[in-house]
Design a protein around this ligand. Sequence first.
Ligand SMILES: Nc1ncnc2c1ncn2[C@@H]1O[C@H](COP(=O)(O)OP(=O)(O)O)[C@@H](O)[C@H]1O
Ligand SMILES: [Mg+2]
Length: 283
Amino acid sequence: MTQPALAKPTAAPAVAPDAILALNNIEVVYDHVILVLKGVSLHVPRGGIVAILGANGAGKTTTLKAISNLLRAERGDVTKGSVVFEGSAVQALSPDALVKRGCIQVMEGRHCFGHLSIEENLLTGAFTRRDGAAAIRADLERVYGYFPRLKERRAAMAGYTSGGEQQMCAIGRALMSRPKLILLDEPSMGLAPQIVEEIFAIVQDLNVREQVSFLLAEQNTHMALKYAGYGYVLENGRVVLDGAAAELTANEDVKEFYLGLAEGGRKSFRDGKHYKRRKRWLT
Ligand SMILES: Nc1ncnc2c1ncn2[C@@H]1O[C@H](COP(=O)(O)OP(=O)(O)O)[C@@H](O)[C@H]1O
Ligand SMILES: [Mg+2]
């Protein structure tokens, strides 16, 4: 008689059963020929904050757009693999249909309508909703609760607000669709460190109090790992390293190449040594 499986450690499932999002071996090609993502797998646990880290051009935005189905507008295609949101494959859905299901992207470069007021911008985020003006109004107040600066600036034309306010507006606008998962592309880009801290603190607050999950693309490794629970390092369209935020922060390669903490100063990613190290990551 064999013992029941209890005594034996069983292999961990490839994807945690509590994942709100799973990418399985995604390949993305632009213009039918340019292979950019070469088999990316990752998952976001429900209620988690997960970071995709990597230098400019690594494929972070492409990964987010492969999820939100915004690739097609860029002549990009997912040619292999699957994207599973809340247990179902979503590649065939339009971006709007995905927003209705609760997955929305906040684009890099804080896209706001410059000629509309902050409040009008926020209200455009409710366009997929059919639950009436009162519910939308209540959510607007909820957004203002998280972003008091937006409340102060509600009547200002978005185009005349600061970069930080525009980033807040872009996140607030996404919140108006009542998302379960926000794909947040480089929220720190071009912003002063203090504003970045303020925005990340709000992201954390939303995560804790509203249970919104986040998949965050960032070049700002230090800031991202401070708030994320888990990270994936993307390089040249591949995940070269992943781990809990604390593990990544302590990792010598991450310190050297992404946190700039190497002895003797910062080294280039293109440093030959890096590729030797990368092999080590891959084994
Ligand atoms: N629309 C496109 N057509 C062709 N190549 C693209 C397109 N968008 C991005 N790329 C290429 O894909 C690679 C990854 O880009 P991207 O996903 O924007 O990286 P990241 O967000 O990490 O900076 C880069 O080499 C970039 O030049
Ligand atoms: Mg990008």
